[in-house]
Design a protein. Structure first.
Length: 115
């Protein structure tokens, strides 16, 4: 199982970024997938979650209406579209999957929002 995130960068407040998580060793359509983030000095927090069955989603309250998680079963990727970015969204963003009772994380991608 391997996860590789990309798409982070520096953006002005109000801007947009699209993060991508490329998966290998498993099929994203058959597992729940999630995005987490961790800011310096803070705990890692769940940002967005997509269920394997039905594609239902769940979001951190502070990103609702601004972030959208989605899955591309052909490319075997999971994306996080982030609009209306705020300085408090600055963090390292990680993709996560649980396979056979083990958690797998990518290396993360840095998102920095300047005010």
């Amino acid at each position: 199982v391997q996860l590789v995130e990309s798409g982070g960068g520096l953006v002005h407040s109000g801007g947009s970024l699209r993060l991508s998580c490329a998966a290998s060793g498993f099929t994203v359509s058959t597992y729940d997938m999630s995005w987490y983030r961790q800011a310096p000095g803070k705990e890692r927090e769940l940002v967005a979650f997509i269920f394997r069955s039905g594609g239902g989603t769940h979001y951190l309250d502070s990103v609702k209406g601004r972030f959208t998680i989605s899955r591309d079963n052909v490319k075997n990727t999971v994306s996080l579209q982030m609009n209306g970015l705020k300085s408090e969204d600055t963090a390292r963003y990680y993709c996560k999957v649980s396979v056979n009772w083990s958690d797998y994380w990518g290396q993360g991608t840095q998102v920095t929002v300047s005010s």
